[in-house]
Design a protein around this ligand. Structure first.
Ligand code: SF4
Length: 568
C-alpha cells in the first residue's frame, strides 16, 4: 500500500513524511500529480519560481505484479506551455518509490545556492549537497551516483538543459541496465527541478516488497498479461520492432512529419523504418524486445549499438525517428541515434528538439537533410552556445527568433509525430488537451471506424481517447497496453478489480473512466485560472490553410466543435 507522501522543501532544506490525505487515497499517477498541483500551486505562478512544485507519483498499480504497471507521472506547471503538465516516464523509478510506500514525492521551494541530490534510502532519506555534479550530463550523473550508493540504485536526474532552465528540458530516469535512457520528456519539467536546484534523486533498490497479492489479484493480473501478450500489436509488433513500427505505418497514412510538416511521406522512409532499425540492431549485436522496467510484458524498447557493437542509446523510438529524422529530412539512422544519445545526456526532449531543428532548417539556418549540422546543433544545446540556448527554449522560441511563420506548436509545445491533416483525431487531441500538443494524451492513429482524413467523428474520438489515456496514466499502466485494453470493457473491468483488491474500492470500468474525466476537469480548471481560455484550443493556422501533399487534405475540424469537446 502506498501510504506516504515525501515532502521536500528546498527553501528550508527539509524533508518530511506525511500521511496521504483521504481524498488522495484512490488517486495515482497523473490523477494525483494534477490534483496536488491544482491544490497546492497557484495557477498564475511563475513556472521557474519558488511557488511552483514538482510532484512525482507512481500509478495506482505500482509496486504490484500487474503487468507493465511501473510508469511514473511527473507533474508541475510547465515553463514551456504555461499550463499544468503531466509528463509520463518508464524506467525503474515508480517501482522503486513504491517499495518505500511512497504515493508521491512533492518538491517545493528553491535553494538559494548549490546543487542537491535527494537520497531515498532504507537507512536514511534526505538532501545531500552535491555541487560537484553540476555541469555533468545524465549518463555521468548516473554512473557517479550508482558507484557511490550502489549499482542497483535508481537515479532520476536532470542534465545541462535542466540546469540551464531550458523550456525544453527533461527529467531522466535510469532503465533496468542503469542507463538514463527514459525521460519525462514533455513540457520542460527538468527546468522546474533545476530551478529548485535538485540535480538528482537516488532511490535505493530494496528487494523488500510488502505487496501480498490476493488470489483475485493474481488471477486478474494473469488475465491482463495474457491479453496484452496475445494482442498482435502489444504482444507482437511492438516487441519485435518497438514503436518504430509506426514509421512505415504513419508514412503510409500520409502523416509522417517531413521537412517541418511540409509533407506527410518521406522518400527516405525505408532507411529509418522499424524494420530497418530492427535489422540494424540485430545485425550489430544490439537488442530489440528490451524492457525499460521490470514487469513489462510488452518490451517495446531496444538497445542501439554502433557498427562495432558498442552501446549508443536505448529506446530509439518512433517520435525520435520522425522528429529528428524525416521532419529534418534526415535518413541516417546512426545520426538519429547519436542525436537521441545526446538528447538523453543533456536532458532534452527529442520531440521538441527535432521540431526546433526543423524550424531552424526552414528558417534557413541549415539545410534539410544536413545530418551532421543537426548533430552539431544538438551539441550546441549541450554546450550552451547562444544558438544552442535558443533551440533549448523550444520550437516556438526558435521559430519566432528566425522569422518562421510555420511553427508547429499548440500552447507553445511542439507537435508530436502525426500530421494533424492526415490523422485528424490527433489534431483534435493536440488542440484540446490540457497539456498542449501531446500524442500521449490520446493517439487516434489507426483507430477503426473513423476515417482519419475526414472531420466527422474526430471530436468524439479524441474525447474518448483523452479520457482513456488519462485513466491509464492514473493506474501506472504503460500507454501501450491500450492496444489490448482499448474498447474492451471486460479487460478494463479487470484493471478496476485489481485496484479494488488493493484499495478496497468497488470500481468498474466506468468508475475508472470517471477518474479520467475528473482529472481532465481539474487540469482544465487550473489552466483557466492560469489565463488560458478555449480560444487557445486550436492548431497553428497553416494546418488549416496549407494542403498536405501526401493526402491532399487540410485540417478542417471546426473550432466550434472542438470547443464543445468536454462540455457534453
Ligand atoms: S511497453 Fe515499452 S515504454 Fe512501456 S513500459 Fe514496456 S518497455 Fe517501457
Amino acid at each position: 500500500m502506498l501510504d506516504k507522501i515525501l515532502r521536500v522543501n528546498l527553501s528550508e532544506l527539509k524533508v518530511s513524511t506525511e500521511p496521504v490525505l483521504p481524498e488522495y487515497h484512490t488517486l495515482g499517477g497523473r490523477a494525483l500529480t494534477s490534483r496536488i498541483i491544482s491544490d497546492e500551486v497557484k495557477a498564475n505562478c511563475e513556472p521557474l519560481g519558488g511557488l511552483n512544485k514538482v510532484v512525482l507519483a507512481p500509478g495506482l498499480l505500482a509496486g504490484t505484479t500487474a503487468p507493465s504497471s511501473g510508469r511514473l507521472s511527473v507533474g508541475a506547471k510547465s515553463p514551456l506551455t504555461g499550463t499544468i503538465k503531466e509528463s509520463n516516464v518508464g524506467g525503474t523509478a515508480a517501482q522503486a518509490l513504491a517499495k518505500f510506500g511512497l504515493k508521491a514525492v512533492v518538491i517545493e521551494g528553491q535553494a538559494s545556492e548549490g546543487w542537491y541530490i535527494l537520497r531515498i534510502g532504507l537507512d536514511s532519506t534526505g538532501l545531500v549537497r552535491f555541487d560537484e555534479l553540476a555541469g555533468k550530463d545524465n549518463y555521468a550523473v548516473a554512473v557517479e551516483l550508482r558507484q557511490r550508493y550502489g549499482v542497483k540504485n535508481t537515479v532520476i536526474s536532470i542534465g545541462l538543459a535542466g540546469e540551464r532552465l531550458y523550456a525544453n528540458s527533461t527529467i531522466g530516469v535510469t532503465d533496468v541496465e542503469g542507463n538514463p535512457s527514459r525521460h519525462a520528456g514533455r513540457g520542460g519539467l527538468g527546468a522546474v527541478l533545476g530551478s529548485k536546484r535538485i540535480k538528482a534523486i537516488v532511490i535505493e533498490n530494496s528487494s523488500i516488497s510488502s505487496f501480498r497479492p490476493s488470489e483475485a489479484f493474481t488471477q486478474g493480473a494473469r488475465q491482463l498479461a495474457e491479453a496484452i501478450t496475445s494482442n498482435p500489436v502489444s504482444g507482437g509488433a511492438l516487441t519485435a520492432f518497438g514503436t518504430a513500427i509506426l514509421v512505415n505505418t504513419v508514412n503510409g497514412a500520409g502523416g509522417l512529419p517531413t521537412r517541418n510538416f511540409s509533407d506527410g511521406r518521406f522518400e527516405g522512409v525505408n532507411q529509418i523504418s522499424g524494420e530497418k532499425l530492427a535489422e540494424t540492431v540485430t545485425n550489430r549485436g544490439g537488442k530489440c524486445g528490451h524492457p525499460c522496467q521490470l514487469g513489462c510484458v510488452i518490451k517495446c524498447s531496444n538497445i542501439y549499438v554502433d557498427q562495432s557493437g558498442n552501446y549508443i542509446t536505448s529506446g530509439l523510438e518512433y517520435e525520435t525517428l520522425a522528429l529528428l529524422g524525416s521532419n529534418c529530412g534526415i535518413e541516417d539512422l546512426d545520426a538519429i541515434a547519436r542525436m537521441d544519445r545526446l538528447c538523453d545526456q543533456f536532458g532534452l526532449d527529442t520531440i521538441e528538439t527535432g521540431g526546433a531543428i526543423a524550424v531552424a532548417m526552414e528558417g534557413g539556418y541549415l539545410k534539410f537533410g544536413d545530418a551532421q549540422g543537426a548533430i552539431d546543433l544538438v551539441d550546441e544545446m549541450g554546450r550552451g552556445t547562444p544558438m544552442g540556448r535558443l533551440l533549448g527554449q523550444g520550437v516556438q522560441a526558435t521559430g519566432r527568433a528566425l522569422g518562421v511563420t510555420r511553427i508547429p506548436v499548440v500552447k507553445g509545445q511542439g507537435l508530436a509525430a502525426y500530421d494533424p491533416r492526415a490523422i485528424k483525431g490527433n489534431g483534435v487531441v493536440y488542440a484540446t488537451s490540457p497539456m498542449g500538443a501531446d500524442h500521449t494524451c490520446g493517439n487516434a492513429m489507426g483507430h477503426p471506424g473513423v476515417d482519419p482524413l475526414k472531420p466527422e467523428g474526430q471530436v468524439d474520438l479524441s474525447r474518448d481517447l483523452q479520457i482513456f489515456c488519462t485513466a491509464l496514466d492514473a493506474t501506472g499502466l504503460c500507454l501501450f497496453t491500450i492496444f489490448a485494453l482499448g474498447g474492451n470493457p471486460n479487460l478494463i473491468n479487470i484493471v478496476a478489480i485489481l485496484i479494488n483488491e488493493i484499495y478496497g474500492t468497488s470500481w468498474n470500468a466506468e468508475d475508472l473512466m470517471g477518474l479520467g474525466v475528473a482529472t481532465i476537469a481539474v487540469e482544465k480548471e487550473f489552466n483557466r485560472q492560469a489565463g488560458w481560455t478555449s480560444a487557445a484550443d486550436r492548431l497553428p493556422e497553416f494546418f488549416t490553410t496549407e494542403t498536405l501533399p501526401s493526402t491532399q487534405t487540410v485540417f478542417d475540424v471546426a473550432e466550434d466543435d472542438m470547443q464543445t469537446i468536454f462540455k457534453a
